[in-house]
Design a protein around this ligand. Structure first.
Ligand code: HEC
Ligand code: HEC
Length: 300
């Protein structure tokens, strides 16, 4: 009897301890939340304030991204890809290296652009000020923004003139860097690894199909494409190639990727060059190109 009583009072003590810590934890986060509502965002001449975005967030974003910003809004269960979980501070579209926070401008552009092949809408009916406020609000969900700064924007050299040599050099890179393993030799998203890919939430994910004509998620200009493979899309198997490609070579790769796309506003020159060259898809099984005559020796 006595032991039983002692046990239950011990349990009671443990339970109230737990309760107390739960309460103080909730208070902490409420306090932190208030603190974080001071979060700002800076884009051009605009300064965004998280506190000013609360109404718009609840009206326009909460159904997908959730009250807590964890990507678990009411509609989230039906969606693929899933809405971004803002508490992780991890984003696809960045002008900063993989694993770092994006700039305010990156987030601003994502909000205004929307995401093709997803239900994330284009939010251009909102004013610039509204959007910058929302960027601050997106940031306020993750403690990362209180301890880290945005990553350092990687430099992008001026875009050179497209030439046949550059398109060919780009194709060689596409082969060497094994983009084809996921994207397929013709860019049809059917490479040997394409069916096995998963995102960080262990959901199956397809590589981008270049031939389909849909817009890349992080923008459609040459600079956008450049940024996509240099920065990688964090949270997905799409890697960052910034350590494998020299800045100038990266433009060659952009030009080659253009030849894989159907006719659009950006790829007239590249398509014309590919046609002139009679460019064929790469053959990953082909033997390495024959060594030049000089090095094979013994030739007159
Ligand atoms: C109908 C659902 C839906 C609504 C409403 C919605 N989003 Fe999204 N959002 C998504 C989905 C889905 C993604 C992920 C897209 C992907 O990964 O391809 C996303 C991604 C994002 C991203 C990530 C950008 C990146 O680079 O990773 C931001 C920022 C964002 N949304 C902001 C907002 C804001 C701000 C609002 C409200 C003005 C909003 N979203 C409303 C579904 C939604
Ligand atoms: C391990 C597989 C894998 C490899 C290797 C890979 N990609 Fe990707 N790539 C992906 C996936 C998956 C996506 C789609 C991500 C998404 O939908 O969020 C993607 C998307 C893209 C996009 C479009 C992004 C968008 O916004 O939709 C481009 C451009 C791209 N990759 C270029 C390249 C280039 C160039 C290479 C080689 C230098 C390469 N990829 C190598 C898996 C890969």
């Amino acid at each position: 009897m006595e032991t039983k009583f002692m046990k239950s009072s011990l349990l009671l003590g443990a339970a109230s301890l737990l309760l107390m810590s739960a309460v103080s934890w909730a208070q902490m986060t409420k306090y932190q939340e208030d603190q974080r509502l001071n979060m700002e965002a800076h884009v051009g001449k605009y300064t965004g304030h998280a506190a000013d975005a609360q109404a718009n967030y609840r009206r326009y974003c909460v159904g997908c991204h959730g009250v807590e910003g964890d990507g678990q809004g009411e509609n989230a269960q039906w969606l693929d890809p899933q809405p971004r979980n803002f508490t992780l501070g991890q984003f696809k579209c960045r002008s900063t290296p993989s694993g770092t926070l994006p700039t305010d401008e990156d987030l601003y552009n994502s909000v205004g652009r929307g995401f093709d092949r997803s239900v994330m809408p284009i939010w251009n009916q909102l004013t610039n000020q509204d959007k910058v406020d929302l960027v601050a609000y997106v940031k306020h969900f993750s403690s990362k923004w209180t301890t880290e700064k945005a990553g350092e924007v990687f430099p992008i050299p001026a875009e050179p003139e497209v030439t046949a040599d550059r398109v060919k050099a780009g194709q060689a890179l596409f082969q060497k860097l094994e983009c084809w393993k996921c994207h397929g030799v013709e860019g049809r998203a059917n490479g040997p690894s394409s069916d096995t890919l998963q995102d960080d939430q262990n959901r199956p994910i397809k590589p981008y199909n270049f031939t389909e004509g849909s817009r890349p998620k992080c923008g459609s200009t040459d600079r956008d494409i450049y940024k996509i493979f240099m920065s990688g899309l964090d949270g997905t198997p799409m890697p960052s190639f910034i350590d494998n490609v020299k800045p100038d070579e990266a433009w060659d790769l952009v030009f080659y990727l253009r030849t894989l796309q159907p006719k659009n506003a950006y790829n007239m020159k590249e398509r014309a060059i590919a046609k002139q060259l009679g460019l064929k898809p790469i053959d990953p099984n082909a033997p390495a190109p024959a060594a030049p005559a000089a090095s094979s020796g013994g030739q007159p």
